[in-house]
Design a protein. Structure first.
Length: 221
């Protein structure tokens, strides 16, 4: 956890320095986008007795901001609501807390984790010049998330089985197409790889990462 916090602080400091060194013209431009992005997510454990057992469909929506510090380079951040999760199969019996009640579930049980996060991404964005009304971009960076809601697929909360914070990295790319004036349509694909442990089950000592494939759709203005 200390390593994760250190990396986050370092990226924040580097971002602050880059923003402080902006110049005139395009270098000081801010661009905002509203995004609504369907996604496929899954959980993967490092324990031999815990297997990934299915994907979940979800969505990510909110506001993204690009701060250009050079003509084709920007810091990209924002604030989004991320609905995600996955399924894990436990080969051995485990104690599981659902709806405030803890019970022993038998071996080979598949448990569903439906999660909702408040997400703050922070990435470097590289963007081409416009070519026939279109430009192309690539991003690479980090993503921090705070859990705001959980359930087991049947509406019961599983707060005791999920950690409050999640952290990972992301990379991807896409296209921006001009629809007139300063407005653009954005289409892209981003892969998010979890670095921290999402689950907090006390019966089994494993690390389960949350991974996502996000299909980005947005309007830049």
């Amino acid at each position: 956890m200390k390593k994760i916090i250190s990396i986050s602080v370092l990226v924040f400091l580097l971002s602050t320095v880059a923003i402080a060194q902006t110049k005139s013209g395009r270098d000081s431009d801010y661009r905002f986008a509203f995004v609504l992005s369907p996604q496929v997510s899954w959980l993967k454990s490092d324990h031999a007795d815990v297997e990934a057992n299915g994907n979940l469909m979800g969505y990510n929506f909110g506001i993204v901001m690009d701060k250009f510090f050079a003509k084709n380079y920007a810091l990209s951040t924002g604030l989004t609501i991320n609905t995600t999760g996955g399924k894990l199969q436990y080969k051995e019996p485990v104690m599981f807390n659902s709806g405030g009640n803890s019970e022993l579930v038998p071996k080979n049980t598949s448990l569903e984790y439906r999660l909702k996060y408040l997400e703050v991404p922070l990435s470097i964005k590289l963007q081409t010049n416009d070519f026939q009304r279109a430009s192309y971009y690539g991003i690479f960076g980090l993503s921090g998330q705070v859990n705001i809601k959980t359930n087991d697929g049947s509406g019961k909360n599983i707060n005791d089985e999920v950690r409050m914070f999640n952290f990972g990295y992301q990379f991807g790319g896409g296209m921006q197409y001009s629809i007139g004036g300063d407005a653009y349509l954005m289409l892209g694909l981003t892969y998010n790889q979890g670095l921290s442990d999402v689950t907090s089950n006390k019966t089994i000592d494993d690390k389960a990462n949350l991974n996502r494939l996000v299909f980005n759709f947005g309007v830049i203005f």
